[in-house]
Each structure stands twice: as structure tokens, then as C-alpha cells.
Design a protein around this ligand. Sequence first.
Ligand SMILES: *[C@@H]1O[C@H](CO)[C@@H](O)[C@H](O)[C@H]1NC(C)=O
Ligand SMILES: *[C@@H]1O[C@H](CO)[C@@H](O)[C@H](O)[C@H]1NC(C)=O
Ligand SMILES: *[C@@H]1O[C@H](CO)[C@@H](O)[C@H](O)[C@H]1NC(C)=O
Ligand SMILES: *[C@@H]1O[C@H](CO)[C@@H](O)[C@H](O)[C@H]1NC(C)=O
Ligand SMILES: *[C@@H]1O[C@H](CO)[C@@H](O)[C@H](O)[C@H]1NC(C)=O
Ligand SMILES: *[C@@H]1O[C@H](CO)[C@@H](O)[C@H](O)[C@H]1NC(C)=O
Ligand SMILES: *[C@@H]1O[C@H](CO)[C@@H](O)[C@H](O)[C@H]1NC(C)=O
Ligand SMILES: *[C@@H]1O[C@H](CO)[C@@H](O)[C@H](O)[C@H]1NC(C)=O
Length: 900
Amino acid sequence: MGFLCSLAFSIQFLLLFSSSLFTNCFTLNDSTTTHHHECHQHESNALLSFKQSFFISKYASYNPFSYPKTLSWNPSTDCCLWDGIECDELTGHVISIDLSSSQLHGSMDPNSTLFSLVHLQSLDLSDNHFNHSQIPARIGDLSQLRHLNVSHFGETTFSGEVPTQISHLSNLLSLDLRSYIVEPLDNLVINHLQLKVSTLKSLIQNSTRLEQLRLNFVTISSSLPHTLTNLTSLQKLSFRQCELYGEFPIGIFSLANLTSLNFARNQNLQGTLPESIGNLTNLAYMALGDNSFHGEIPQSLFRLENLEFLSLPYNLFEGQLALDMFLKLKMLNFLDLSENKLSLFTQNRTVNVTILPPIQRLELSWCNLNGEIPTWIMNLSTLNILNLQHNNLRGEIPSFLFLVENLTVLDLTDNMLEGQIKLDMLSKLQKLTNLGLGGGNKLSFLEGKSTTNVTFPPQIQSLDLGSCNLVHFPNFIQHLQELTDLFIPLNSIKTIPSWIWSKTTLQILEISNNLLIGEISPLICNLQSLIYLDLSANYLVGMIPSCLGSFSQSLQLLWLAENKLTGNIPQTYVKGNALRLIDFSSNKLSGQLPRALVNCRMLEFLDVRHNHFNDSFPFWLGSLPKLKVVSLRDNQFYGAIMCPLKYTFPQLRIIDLSQNGFSTKLTSEIILCFKSMIISNKRQLDFKDRIFSENMLIDIDLTSFSMSNKGVVMNYRGGQYLHHMVAIDLSSNKIYGEIPDIMGSLNSLVVLNLSNNMFTGSIPSSFGKLSNLEVLDLSLNSLSGNIPQQLTGLTFLDFFNVSFNNLSGPIPENGQLSTFDNNSFEGNKDLCGIQLLKKCEDPPKYPLQKPDGDQDSESGSFFELYWMVILIGYGGGLVAGLALGNAFAIDVFRLLQKIF
Ligand SMILES: *[C@@H]1O[C@H](CO)[C@@H](O)[C@H](O)[C@H]1NC(C)=O
Ligand SMILES: *[C@@H]1O[C@H](CO)[C@@H](O)[C@H](O)[C@H]1NC(C)=O
Ligand SMILES: *[C@@H]1O[C@H](CO)[C@@H](O)[C@H](O)[C@H]1NC(C)=O
Ligand SMILES: *[C@@H]1O[C@H](CO)[C@@H](O)[C@H](O)[C@H]1NC(C)=O
Ligand SMILES: *[C@@H]1O[C@H](CO)[C@@H](O)[C@H](O)[C@H]1NC(C)=O
Ligand SMILES: *[C@@H]1O[C@H](CO)[C@@H](O)[C@H](O)[C@H]1NC(C)=O
Ligand SMILES: *[C@@H]1O[C@H](CO)[C@@H](O)[C@H](O)[C@H]1NC(C)=O
Ligand SMILES: *[C@@H]1O[C@H](CO)[C@@H](O)[C@H](O)[C@H]1NC(C)=O
């Protein structure tokens, strides 16, 4: 995506500046032809000393056509003739200063002589470098100002608080404090200016004639004042990324003269689009993305014949809508509806699709778009970017799509498309940089016999041919000189051609779920730019090339899971490496975990599950500052679990040590290894943590856990798993002793599995404080005593199992525990309750099922029950109704041991 971004960036950049260039030329001509009066000496002096307070630096302006206007200011000439200066024809006072893009560099003097020019009506200082100085309070002295523009490019801005005096400018028609930042860079932008909402309110109260109010990237951190709707002359209103929240004043959609509305990226603005939006006949630009707008998109919107830019992604818009309705917007150039709750279908027969708008960019991912790819797309000759990924599109990809000559991005991944794509069909798309055909589609990609005379778009950067029925690695890829991202998972490729190892531009190489055989070539370490390597779920054998740990400073994500790899894992990990994820799970790897892993300071995820590692507890991983997930499940780790001082696991969220040979008493000290699971504030859990996708466009599955009759199995694969997953799994080890009370303080825990160990003592009543708990498995231990009443308050509990312990007394009747059946409680001789066959009868002894019931016969029926359950489990082949931890055979064995 990198190239695309920078291309879009430079184009938009030019667009941003073109208007100010135009004004520059205009004012220049204007002042040379119409001046009648000489400039006043004190104003000339004021301008000269303003000039002298700055350096000239060509890096101070971003506009490629910037030039130092003040260099031509000559004291011996009439200042009214100076570049960027305009005087009043009658009085000779300076009324306009346009020093936009003038390469000025320096701090703004709070007492600048500029503020003596009290006749100023227009001041434009945009696109200069003011060294993060403050906007001077004396700006309020310029009471005649109608236009004030101090917009800037992010890093060259003014900083700090916008002075309250700005609200004294009661004649203002336009105020522009924006950063010039365009997508997708803007998610990296830090706001430098702050505006108190009280200042904004005063401004609204005083400057009632405002036509343009543009505050993008100015932190306001408040709800929007409803008085904004009093400013009936407003035409342009932009508040992108201002940290606004709360209700969006619906009256804004009644400001009849609006042409441009931008409130994108405020995240918590809530509102709806009213039917009356159809009255905004001048509206050309509307961006409300990344907020919490909801409700339907009103039909009246399709009356907005001047609408060119409509961007509503990442909201909660809902309802059914025909896509071709948007074709009624005759000027539409940009449409983005991605990731809402919309259900789009392709055709509304009432729309006349013979006249098409000049659409360049169509972003409709995750829109539940049903139907076939509509034929009218064929006639959108201006189309540049078509993103239809993750919808329900069916049928074949129509051949006309491959004739839209200006297409740069064609993303159809994750649909239900079928049919054959032949390489030569793509030869018309000579501008294509991104092609996505993979995901859930059922396409077949055919390379054809000879590739010599087929010219595949040579500047392809990103290619996704996942699940395209490939049996060979496509040869044409060799000729793609600019390829950075290659996704070909879910095919039937057996071998990787050796030329791939010389494609050093590659940043992403994803060949998982193929039939790859043989060893991993050590030449893989030639790919120095790799950020993401995924060879998992293949039949690779041999050792992992030892260079893989340390061959590059760029590799972040390394997936080699589910192969047949053997031997030790790479031992060397150089300092300063970028590894964030290592997944070696489900191989036949052995030996110890290399201590050099402590050099992976960026590591967040380490999964070595289902291997033959033989080592003591790697407490030393506790020094990694970002480590969030550790899974050692199903290996031969042994000994005590501990974390000496300094090894504190400061970010740990998931630790899975199950099915090993850990043999230790669970002490309070061990629990303190997990103290990162204590949160003081529930909001800490709610943050959207997209660790692996923050600067890469990679979709990674959510971590989830599946609960089956066999217990809880966690599935995690990096990515957004952290949303709220916090888990400890110590099941199937030899851990003994009492469960420390302090475990109840790990209050962010969602999954706690201690089953199939040797715990004794009682269930801590402090577990009642684990208010986020969804899974609690304590089965197959030797716990005794009552089930604490406190557990009834665990309202999120979905899975609960205390079977096969020595618990006694009544099962607490109210609350969540009453929703679990006997599988959760069986195998506890003295436990009673409606879930079990054994009712708790208070004063009288229970009316016996067997009239001659005594201790013996009771335990007799208990045995019967066990065997019944076990037989169901084996005989039915579906392990039904049995809650037995993880490895069934082991558990049955232990169970039998326990019984006899
Ligand atoms: C600004 O300038 C005026 C007169 O030149 C002076 O009296 C005043 O103290 C100055 N203020 C600051 C903050 O420098
Ligand atoms: C409105 O502007 C005047 C000066 O023009 C100023 O004295 C007054 O405080 C301003 N009102 C508010 C509410 O800011
Ligand atoms: C502005 O709006 C508020 C409430 O929305 C109203 O009370 C006030 O009278 C309005 N002011 C003007 C000048 O219209
Ligand atoms: C809206 O624009 C029209 C045409 O430019 C103008 O005549 C009218 O005064 C404006 N309305 C307001 C409330 O400023
Ligand atoms: C605005 O739109 C609504 C609903 O579409 C309509 O009832 C109303 O008359 C319109 N108002 C004006 C001023 O056009
Ligand atoms: C189809 O178009 C008609 C007429 O424009 C409109 O009334 C109807 O709501 C549209 N249906 C959908 C689902 O967009
Ligand atoms: C669609 O528009 C074209 C061009 O204006 C016109 O000739 C045609 O009759 C229209 N078709 C319908 C069904 O309205
Ligand atoms: C494709 O882009 C080129 C260059 O921007 C332009 O001249 C040409 O008109 C475009 N083609 C179509 C069909 O719009």
C-alpha cells in the first residue's frame, strides 16, 4: 500500500495548495494594477521588522511552488506594491497580507509589529514554519480581520493553546487553523494546537458571520456547542480529529449554505443523518468517517446533485440500500461506506444508469454487498480504486472489469466469486498496483503456457492470490520488479522456486496452507526487507534456518506453525531486532528455548505450543517489556514456575502452560508474576489494541476460545486478540498445594483453567471478585469444601467446571451457577443440588432414590454414573456430555486412578 499512499498523498497535497496559489497570483496582479495611494511609513516599517524576525528556509514550506515573498520587500519602494501586500485604495492602509508558503522560519514574537497593522482585513500565514511558537494573544487587536489563515503542515505548526482573544474578532468570515494532513498519514498525526471549548463558544457568539471554520487537528476535547447552528452563513465546517464526543448537533444539517462538512475521526461523535439533509443543495464534501453515527442513510441524500465526496466509513450506519442509488449523485467522485452495518445490494431498478458520475474511488469493504458485480462499473471509465473486499459478491468476475484502464487498485478478496482468471486478462490493466483475488473466493488463477509475450502489469506492488487453485508457484511473479506484498495462502503449491529468494523488495510473503515440502532454504535470509513471513500449515521438514532469528532488522512477524520442522530453533537473535511475533507451534522442535530471545525487545507474542521442547520455566522472558502472549502448551517443560525480581512480565495478558510437567506449589509469589492482569480501571480493558495492524494492512484473526465438551481450547493468532482476552491456563500439570487467595485479585482475567492438577484446599472465595471471568475450570483436582456463594456473582461466566474434586455441600442456587448442568459438578461425592441427581434436602434426609440407600449404595450409583459417562464418551465417538480437561485419555486414566 505504501506507494499508493504516497501517490494519493502528493496529488491531494497539490490540490490543497492549488487554491492558495491561485489567490497569490490574483492578489499580485491586483495590487500592481489598482494602487492609488502610497503606503504609510509606520506600516512599511512594521512590515519590514516583521520580515526581519524570520529566516528564509526552503524547508519551512511544503508547497512545492513556495517562494520567499518577503525577499523582494524593498524599503525604498511603496509597500503597497510588495509581493503579498494589499492596501486600501482610498486610505492607503495595509488591509491584506498574504505570506502563505513564503518559506518563513522562526518563532512568532508575541509582541510582533504585525499587530500594529490594525486595518488588516486579511492575514494569511499558512504553510510556514513557526517553530511551535504560540499564536499571540494580540491577534485579538486586529479587530477588522475577516480572514485569518494560520494553517500549517503538521510539524511546522504553531503549538499550544489558541488564545481566547481570537474570539474578539467579531468580523471574521473565515478562520483556518488546520493541519494540512491527508489520509492515510493522518492517523499518525499528533495535534499540536488546543482550543478551549469556552473560547470556541465565545467565538461562535461574537463572530456570527463566519462562513468558514476549519479546525482540523486542533484538540477541543469536548462535545460540540449547539450554538454552532446559529452561524447560518456557514459554508465550510471542518473539525477532523478534534477529540469531539457526544451528540452531533442535528441543526448543522439545516445550515442551508453548507458546501463542506468534515467531522471525521472523532470516534465518539454520535448522531444521525436527518431527512432534511436533502436541503443542502450546495453540499459538495461530507466526511464523517470513524465516528459513531447511526441510523439509516436517508433517501433525500440522493438529491444532493453537487455532492462530490462522500466518506462515511467506520460508523454504525444500517439499513438496506441499493448501491446504484449513489449513481444519482451526478458529481460523485469519491464514495466510502466501508465497515458499517449496511446491507448493500447492487441494483435498484428505478435508477437510470445510463448517465454515470465521474467516480474515481469506490471503497465498499465490509458492506454486506450482495449480488453480482454490477455491469455499470464497466462504464465508470474514471475509476481508479475499487475496493470490494469482504462482501457477498457472487458469480464470475465480469471480463469488462479488466478493461477499466485507469484502475490502480482492484480488491475483490473475501467474496464468493468463482470462475477462472487467466493471466492475459489482466494485461490491459497497465496501471494496476494492487490486485486482491484471495480470501473466501472460489476462483482459479491460470497462468497460461508461455508467459513471455504476456505483459502483466509490471508495477504491481501487492498481489493476493489466496485460494486460487494454484498448484505451481506462478512464474510471472518473477517479473514483478516492484512487488512488496505477496499473499498466496490456501493453494496447493508444493515448492517455492529459488528465484523468489532474490526478490529483495518483498515485505510480505505469505504462503501458508499450501503443500510445501522439503526444507526451508537458508537463502530466505536474503529477503532483507521482509516484515511478515508466513509459511505455516505446510509439510516443511528439517531445521529452521539458523539465520532466521537475526537476518534482518525489519522482520516483525514470523509464522512457521503447523509444519514438521525438527531440531533446535534459531539460537541467535541480534540486539535491536524488530520481531513482534514468533509462532513455531505444532512442529517437532526440541531442545531449550534460546536465552538470546531476551534480545527481542519488541516481542509481543511467543507461541511454541505442541512441540517437544524440554526446558525449565523461561522466567527470563519476564524481562521483555512488551510481551503479551506466551504459550508453552503441550511440551516437556518441567520444574517450578517462578519469576525472580526484575522478571516481572509487565504486559502479560495470556499465559498458557498447560500439558507440561510443571511441578510446583502455586504460591502467592507466582501469582505476582501475573500482576499485569490486575487493572485499576475497567477502561484499561476497553481500548482497541491493534498491535499487529497499526502500521500494516494485515488482517489477523481475533483470538477466541472455543468451549467444547472437552473443556476450553484457546485459539489465538496475534492481532486484535488483546481486545479483552486475559487468560491463565495451567491445566494438566502437576501443580499442587492450595490455590492462593490472591489469585482473586487478577481482576481482568477472562479465562482461568487450573484443571487436571493436584490442587487441594478450598476454592478461594476471592474468585468472586474476578468479575470479567467467562471461563473457570477447576475440574480434576482434589479441592474440598463448599463452592463459595461469592461465585454466584460472576455474571459473565459461560463455562464453569468443578467436576471430579472432593467438594461438598449445596451448589449455590441463585445467580450464574444455576445455569450450568450436571457436567459441571459431577464427580464430587458430597456435592448436592438440582443439577445433580442428588438433591439437597434441608431438614429431612433426602427421599432416597433407592429405598435402602446407605453410603455404599450411594457410592455405587456414583460409580455407575462415571462409567455411563465414559461409555457415552467413547461409544458415541463424540465425547458428549463429558467435561474432562484436555487430553481425554490421560484424563480418563487419572479419573480411574482417582476412583479406585
Ligand atoms: C510589547 O511592546 C510594547 C511596546 O513596544 C511594550 O510596552 C510591552 O511591554 C511589550 N510586551 C511584551 C510582552 O513584550
Ligand atoms: C466579543 O468581542 C469583543 C471585542 O470585539 C470582546 O470585548 C468580547 O469579550 C467578546 N465576547 C466574547 C464572548 O468573547
Ligand atoms: C443561539 O442559539 C441559542 C441556543 O441554540 C439561542 O438561545 C440563542 O438565542 C441563539 N443566538 C442567536 C444570536 O441567535
Ligand atoms: C447563503 O448564500 C446565498 C447565496 O450566496 C446568500 O445570498 C445568502 O445570504 C446566504 N445565506 C446566509 C444565511 O448567509
Ligand atoms: C427541508 O427538508 C425537509 C424534509 O426533507 C422538508 O420537509 C423541508 O420543507 C425542507 N426545508 C426547506 C427550508 O427546504
Ligand atoms: C429504490 O429507488 C426508489 C426511487 O428512487 C426509492 O424510493 C427506494 O427507496 C429505493 N430503494 C432502495 C432499497 O434503495
Ligand atoms: C436514462 O437517461 C437517458 C439519458 O438522459 C435517457 O435517454 C433515457 O430515456 C433514460 N431512461 C430512462 C428509463 O429513464
Ligand atoms: C486515464 O487517466 C489518464 C491520465 O490521468 C487520462 O488522461 C485518461 O482520460 C483516463 N482515462 C479515462 C477513460 O478516464
